[in-house]
Design a protein. Structure first.
Length: 528
């Protein structure tokens, strides 16, 4: 997938010469010629069915296959056969495709869901729709970057899962965060009014669902790409030593605020609180940058055409100026600076907040380059792993094509709690990556970190399980460094043999209630 990085750098370099180059870009068309968009399920002009094919990274026109409920790409009637995601006709309105012979009923993005909101609560359907729309944008970008995206099967397997939950029956509002591959999102973050209220209360310049996802996924990829790996010492040089006491660091941050000179070293005040948060905030901004530059180039917007002089960043600010991709990275980050300057002015012209209310000091650009190097390395490793998997499976394909194809499909899917959203929002506590730093409390301990005002309106949300043949994450393990009472353990874990939406099985029969496992006694948190 390194071709994406090569492509975007070349497109930036050539942006002043060509009108538009949509190679691996963001512009999609129905076969009738009508422009269509990422979330579309049907063309409004010709009524053709549309689906997002994640391997191609494109929304494509569909034609019915020869078997019921199967589809082919309209332009490739003799090509691969697909089926639609089982969440198409739910509030999630998922338009993704998966191979017709897959044992799964949900697409890769929806397989990641461990818990969804209770759809018997009227407002939850709309909240879930917004959450899934943002999550699909996240997963599509991760796949485009070539990063590993693997559903969690059991605790500790390195996979990824999502819990979308609201206030428990005991009145406990969950904090958005990450722990050992599980990303938890308070569904009230999808309520525009509630999110705006929280942004004002927390004095944040920016707060979005996609920003939350990009921040939390940064913690996940710290576990996957940094922890105990070859980049760890380089990470510590760029971001600091993550082994310093996390709970104490946040306590100091919330009591004293950010250092006076934080803007000279960090992308946000929250990033200054601890090296884990600096990584997650900077990671989120890296994803913001890459996706926005890619989108602008796809639509023919040339950073070189910006009529304003910016002093470009040079090799002097990079953590590794001799890296082979250093010049490519500089092209991208300098294009980002030019674009955000124009986009901020456009926002002001409409009386809106700045599109990107942040400045990039030189040390942050160095950290962004480090993340660029890590992402490229992760992408290249995934490509090597997929090549090996295909080579091993070739004899099986000859002997039994269908069985081998199913196995390959599964292989190709392989790939702390913080309320920061990648836009400088210091609104919560990080559970930290799955490894506990030296000097930090052991798993199950609750440090006396100063909590934030979590003024989220309660919602009646007895969470319904989703269809996902994933063993539930062990609910008997307390989350690391979490000064908040545990989530309501009456939530049924996911491991259903058939889709369950709003308490109804796929065949229309009532779903049998699931008895949750008995949770271990949790430590009493410090008074809030």
């Amino acid at each position: 997938m390194s071709s994406f990085f090569d492509s975007i750098s070349a497109r930036v370099a050539d942006s002043g010469k060509r009108k538009r180059d949509n190679s691996r870009g963001k512009i999609f068309h129905c076969d009738c010629g009508q422009p269509v968009f990422f979330h579309n399920t049907a063309c409004l002009a010709c009524q053709a069915q549309l689906g997002y094919e994640p391997d191609l990274g494109e929304v494509r026109s569909l034609a019915e296959g020869t078997e019921p409920d199967t589809w082919v790409l309209a332009s490739e009637p003799k090509g691969r056969i697909f089926k639609r995601c089982g969440n198409l006709n739910t509030p999630a309105a998922c338009n993704w495709l998966l191979p017709a012979d897959s044992a799964e009923t949900l697409c890769l993005a929806c397989q990641l869901n461990r818990t969804i909101p209770d759809l018997s609560v009227p407002e939850n359907g709309e909240l879930w729709r917004k959450i899934e729309a943002a999550k699909r944008l996240l997963i599509a970008q991760l796949l485009t970057l070539g990063l590993p995206v693997k559903p969690m099967v059991e605790e500790g397997d390195g996979g990824l899962a999502f819990d979308f939950v609201g206030t428990s029956v005991d009145g406990v509002a969950p904090l958005t965060g990450h722990a050992s591959g599980l990303v938890t999102l308070n569904i009230k973050e999808a309520d525009d009014a509630e999110r705006a209220k929280m942004r004002e209360q927390m004095h944040e310049p920016y707060r979005t669902l996609l920003g939350h996802f990009r921040h939390e996924i940064g913690h996940y990829y710290w576990d996957v790409l940094i922890a105990d790996g070859p980049f760890l010492e380089h990470y510590r040089k760029a971001f600091g030593d993550e082994r310093i006491d996390y709970g104490e660091a946040l306590k100091v941050h919330y009591e004293n605020g950010a250092p006076p000179d934080w803007a000279n070293h960090f992308i946000s005040t929250y990033a200054s609180s601890h090296p884990w948060e600096d990584w997650a905030e900077t990671w989120a901004h890296y994803l913001h940058m890459m996706d926005t530059v890619d989108t602008a180039l796809s639509y023919g917007i040339s950073p070189k055409a910006v009529q304003r002089d910016y002093e470009p960043f040079t090799e002097a600010v990079l953590t590794d100026p001799d890296d082979p991709s250093a010049q490519d990275f500089l092209r991208i980050v300098n294009a980002w600076v030019a674009l955000t300057g124009v986009l901020n002015e456009l926002s002001r012209a409409m009386g809106q907040r700045d599109f990107y209310p942040f400045a990039l000091p030189a040390p942050v650009v160095g950290k962004l380059q480090f993340i660029h190097r890590v992402v490229k390395a992760g992408s290249e490793q995934v490509s090597r792993d997929e090549t090996v998997a295909v080579t091993i499976d070739e004899p099986m394909l000859m002997a039994g094509a269908a069985a081998a194809q199913n196995m390959q499909t599964q292989e190709q899917g392989d790939a702390g709690q913080s309320q920061g959203d990648g836009m400088g929002n210091n609104q919560g506590q990080n559970l930290g990556p799955s490894s506990t730093p030296e000097g930090a409390p052991a798993v199950g301990a609750a440090p006396a970190a100063a909590p934030l005002d979590n003024a989220v309106a309660p919602v009646n949300n007895n969470v319904a399980p989703v269809n996902n043949p994933v063993a539930p994450v062990n609910n008997n393990v307390a989350l690391v460094n979490n000064p908040v009472a545990p989530l309501d353990n009456t939530v049924a874990p996911v491991n259903n043999p058939a889709p369950v939406v709003n308490g109804v099985n796929a065949d229309g029969t009532p779903a049998n209630p699931t008895t949750p496992p008995q949770a271990a006694q949790q430590p009493v948190p410090a008074p809030l």
